[in-house]
Design a protein around this ligand. Structure first.
Ligand code: R5P
Length: 267
């Protein structure tokens, strides 16, 4: 791995423990003003100190993040379809590598839609992005997107999708947690991080999922809704951090959240 690429990777995945807590706030690129992300600046600002890296679009980066920040930015560079379409797989590369460099991004991110109508285009998009981004030492994070078909999230499907993402040159793959997740991790030759998906019934469930994913081979999370849709987003990201970076048990992490709730503290 070239020095530049390695250095960028090490800004996302902390070299001390090989783990990461990424904060995902890119949802607006197809969902518009998602619940509790209506004002991205207000959502991001209090969480920024607790994230290792932020995943977002250029529009939100430019308008809603202070350029004085030292947090690494992972730029979502695919899009082209809105939630109003039944099939969300019709994406293309929407942001150039030149723009990513101009914005000082540490990585670029793109979704692939394995098994969907536009599977081919999305995988070719990934390959083209890897070809170009790697020329400049920029790693590509590939998201194994499932569109509206959330039921696709099983080990057989996700193993296929993650492996395809890695084979096409992604340096980091973001996928979903599922039963037998260890099978997905074992068959993917690059580090895996998990998305949270739609908000789970309880915060405890999200902490448990994070814990289980790490136990089974993930190196961290790139989580959005289960953090910022919580009534206590800062204590929630602190609890997630404790699991990821401090090897906290689910009970210990839940304790961080419980303490904040008991005090009515949003910190
Ligand atoms: C969704 O398409 C985005 O790529 C999100 O970054 C991703 O799903 C992670 O966010 P969440 O934890 O809310 O699923």
């Amino acid at each position: 791995m070239d020095w530049g690429l390695q250095n960028r990777m090490s800004r996302i995945v902390r070299p001390e423990d090989g783990r990461t807590v990424m904060l995902a706030v890119d949802h607006g690129y197809f969902l518009g003003p998602t619940h509790r992300l209506e004002n991205p600046r207000a959502t991001i600002a209090p969480l920024l100190p607790f994230a290792d890296a932020i995943m977002l679009t250029r529009g939100v980066l430019r308008t809603s993040v202070d350029p004085g920040t030292d947090k690494p930015m992972v730029l979502r560079v695919s899009g082209g379809t809105s939630v109003l379409q039944e099939d969300l797989s019709h994406e293309t590369i929407t942001t150039s590598v030149k723009e990513a460099l101009r914005l000082n991004a540490v990585a670029v991110a793109l979704s692939i839609f394995v098994g969907a109508r536009h599977e081919h285009e999305s995988i070719v998009n990934l390959s083209h992005l890897v070809n170009e981004a790697e020329e400049y030492g920029i790693p590509v994070l590939s998201v194994t997107a499932v569109g509206k078909e959330l039921e696709k999230r099983d080990a057989r499907y996700l193993s296929l999708a993650c492996r395809i993402a890695a084979e096409h040159g992604a340096r980091l793959v973001k996928t979903y947690y599922c039963d037998s997740f260890h099978k997905v991790a074992e068959s993917c030759p690059v580090p895996l991080i998990i998305a949270g998906g739609p908000k789970l019934e309880t915060e405890f469930d999200a902490l448990q999922m994070t814990h289980d994913a790490l136990e089974e081979g993930a190196i961290g999370v790139d989580m959005g809704r289960n953090i910022w849709q919580s009534d206590f987003p800062v204590p929630m990201i602190r609890a997630i951090r404790a699991i990821v970076h401090e090897k906290a048990t689910v009970k210990e992490a839940a304790g961080i959240l419980g303490e904040a709730k008991a005090k009515g503290s949003k910190r």
